[in-house]
Write a protein that binds this ligand. Structure first.
Ligand code: HEM
Ligand code: NAG
Ligand code: NAG
Ligand code: NAG
Length: 367
């Protein structure tokens, strides 16, 4: 009984989403207007274990205005271009997943992660925003805050602006001295992955099924390029989950015009492309998930229940997403005297000309 009522409710939601996609995206302007810049957030979310070496008040003495400076810069950037929120979230994932959040993904130059396959077109706008926030924070406080902490804070703030959940960010991360190795960067999952492959990939990082199903919901906003989903034009019954034939035909026609390659893009969530909500899971139910890795979640017996639940209960999705973000932001960190605090987020201190890289942190404010 309960089960069939849930089915009816679910079908109702899907029909509503199909009929009124515009109405469902109407939250965006309010989200932006209701944003405050006073530096105060009050989280009601459950406390998740904080990683060793991090504390909530890490920079309170050395940089009391830190959270306000970051928030102001993010509000300004995201109000000008909401798509930056998705860019930041993807960059956060690519920073944290391979070897922990250490801003290694921001490094440019030889062997940079940005030049490796799975970077999958990280957009310079997000990289540049973090560096401009770094400059503002270091102007106010000296070289006291790492690019790694700034990336996590800015990502959280932009997520809230796009409609996503707020979560508390503990601080004290340090920056990597060099980019992650190619082997680690290639541990990032590919869009062609099946659910067992995704579970293995996440499991290797101590991320579980709830982390996979909720964090994949990040594909509720942002864009992808044709090369990431061209395997979806011709689904193969054995390994490639079903796709709505009209949707497949549209994608195929769109990508036929992708000349030169990489110029066409497709929104990841066809219902509310710029809003962080649970419509991604509606897409999956309608067989309109863009990647094989997305669509599999609603089909595979290990994940279908949770993906369906997130489509029915946005609160449950946002709560799990927040928990999983905290978990990912605390994995394998550099803290204490490990790593460094960069002078420039794109360059390790060892490559900064004419700078003594000895421990002058904390005195930089006097410079
Ligand atoms: C579960 C495995 C995942 C796979 C296979 C995957 C794969 C991809 C791919 C292929 C793209 C498009 C790249 C392009 O063509 O330009 C993309 C975009 C994106 N991904 Fe994922 N991703 C995964 C998990 C995540 C996670 C955990 C997050 C964050 C929590 C995330 C956030 C995003 C965002 C926000 C975008 C859009 C970026 C933009 O618009 O600039 N993804 N992902
Ligand atoms: C990159 O490597 C080349 C050749 O080893 C070297 O000349 C160059 O200075 C390096 N660039 C950076 C930014 O480290
Ligand atoms: C995606 O395509 C649209 C429409 O062609 C374009 O306006 C937008 O700038 C593109 N976005 C990116 C990130 O390339
Ligand atoms: C931003 C960036 O550096 N993107 C690179 C990602 O990787 C591909 C393939 O290795 C490069 O062609 C892009 O330039």
């Amino acid at each position: 009984m309960a089960c069939s009522r849930a089915m009816v409710a679910m079908i109702g939601l899907v029909v509503a989403a199909l009929l009124f996609p515009a109405a469902l995206s109407s939250t965006r302007p309010d989200q932006l207007i209701s944003m405050t810049t006073d530096g105060q957030y009050h989280s009601t979310r459950p406390v998740v274990t904080i990683a060793d070496g991090l504390t909530a008040d890490y920079h309170d003495v050395s940089c009391p205005d830190l959270r306000g400076i970051v928030r102001t810069a993010v509000v300004e950037a995201v109000q000008g271009d909401i798509t930056i929120a998705a860019d930041l979230l993807r960059m956060f994932f690519h920073d944290c997943f391979p070897q922990g959040c250490d801003a290694s993904v921001l490094l440019t130059g030889n062997n940079s992660e940005q030049g490796m396959g799975p970077n999958l077109t990280l957009r310079p706008v997000a990289l540049n925003l973090i560096e401009s926030i770094r400059a503002a924070v270091h102007r106010a406080c000296g070289r006291t805050v790492s690019c790694a902490d700034l990336t996590v804070l800015a990502t959280r703030d932009s997520l809230v602006l796009a409609g996503g959940p707020h979560f508390d960010v503990a601080l004290g991360r340090r920056d990597a001295l060099a980019p992650a190795s190619q082997d680690l960067v290639f541990t990032l999952p590919a869009p062609s992955f099946t659910v067992p492959e995704l579970l293995k990939s996440f499991g290797d990082r101590n991320l579980d099924k709830a982390d996979l199903v909720s964090l994949s919901g990040a594909h509720t906003f942002g864009i992808a390029h044709c090369s990431s989903f061209s395997d979806r034009f011709t689904p193969d019954v054995d390994t490639n989950p079903a796709i709505d034939p009209n949707f497949a035909a549209k994608l195929k026609a769109k990508c036929a015009k992708d000349v030169p390659a990489g110029t066409v893009n497709q929104t990841l969530d066809v219902r509310t492309p710029d809003v962080f909500d649970n419509k991604y899971y509606f897409d999956l139910i309608a067989k309109q998930g863009l990647f094989k890795s997305d669509q599999g979640l609603i089909v595979h017996p290990d994940t279908t229940r949770m993906a369906t639940r997130f489509s029915l209960n946005q609160g449950a999705f946002l709560e799990q997403f927040a928990k999983s973000m905290v978990k990912m932001s605390n994995m394998d960190l550099l803290t204490g005297s490990q790593g460094e605090i960069r002078f420039n987020c794109a360059v390790p201190n060892s490559r900064v000309e004419g700078i003594e890289t000895a421990s002058d942190e904390g005195h930089a404010a006097a410079m």
